[in-house]
Design a protein around this ligand. Structure first.
Ligand code: BT5
Length: 255
């Protein structure tokens, strides 16, 4: 195994690297193909949400496969760890870089990156399109629509003044991602789960999980225990009963 991409394809402006990677996979592109764009005109978030993708950000999608019999969510959790490790390497040590379930990367509790894992289930082992967006050289004006989010938005250039080399950032992200991918295929999900929990600062805290498709609905409040063997968020209620959740939005927290 080699912890590198099979092929990296660069584009200037496309609607979405995930859509492009899916199209390429349909036409025969295989595992470890990476699609990178300088800007996206229709960057996708989870559900009906979008990912704002101005020039200066890093936008990429990678074709990966879960282990046989395992869920694609493994790869979403794995990518979260890779992004957190890469962001840590690129920013000053004093910044606190953490993961937020299911797939965000936070710097000092503000969102610097997001992951969207989509699946092509038309084969025996599903092919996953792991999309990663990171705000690198993105200014505050571009992020202003998201500053009021429960976890606000930030970028490398906001957190550490100056311009960052996007190619270097891409190389770091890919190195972390493929190293973890090889570890996962050799040793399973357990080491990935361990690394994810090590990079999460919400464990042991009281959190609220809301159904993002029903903004007005009441959420589940509980203590964040960790993630289970399938990457589900485990909450403990006031009675100490534990439940695993596989979708939703952590909308508030009490550190
Ligand atoms: C995500 O969704 O965070 C997944 C984002 C994945 C983007 C990558 S870019 C490369 C690849 N190609 C794609 O088309 N997508 C992937 P979610 O957890 O649903 O968060 C989306 C929400 O984050 C939005 O509704 C906004 O509130 C907020 N948001 C949008 N753009 C943002 C940005 N650039 N920085 C911070 N927050 C943002």
């Amino acid at each position: 195994m080699s912890a590198t991409a099979e092929k990296v394809l660069f584009f200037e402006s496309i609607p979405s690297t995930n859509a492009k990677a899916k199209e390429l996979a349909t036409h025969g592109e295989g595992l470890k193909t990476v699609v990178v764009a300088e800007t996206q005109t229709a960057g996708r978030g989870r559900g009906a949400r979008s990912w704002h993708s101005p020039m200066g950000g890093l936008y990429l999608s990678v074709l990966l496969q879960p282990r046989e019999g395992r869920r694609p969510t493994d790869l979403s959790i794995l990518a979260g760890v890779a992004v957190a490790q890469a962001v840590k390497d690129c920013l000053p040590k004093a910044k606190e870089v953490t993961v937020k379930w299911p797939n965000d990367c936070l710097v000092d509790w503000k969102k610097v990156g997001g992951i969207l894992c989509e699946t092509m289930s038309d084969r025996r082992i599903p092919l996953c399109i792991v999309g990663i967006g990171i705000n690198v050289n993105v200014g505050p004006t571009d992020l202003s629509p998201f500053l009021a989010n429960p976890f606000s938005a930030t970028s490398f250039s906001i957190e550490a003044q100056g311009t960052h080399d996007l190619k270097e950032c891409l190389d770091v992200v890919l190195k972390k991602l493929f190293t973890l991918y090889d570890l996962y295929h050799l040793e399973g999900f357990a080491p990935i789960r361990y690394l994810w929990e090590k990079n999460c600062r919400l464990i042991g805290k009281k959190v609220e999980l809301k159904d993002s498709s029903e903004p007005g609905a009441e959420g589940c409040i509980g203590t964040f225990i960790g993630i289970d063997d399938d990457g589900g968020l485990v909450l403990s209620n006031a009675k100490g009963d534990r439940t695993a959740y596989f979708s939703g939005e952590l909308t508030c927290f009490w550190p």
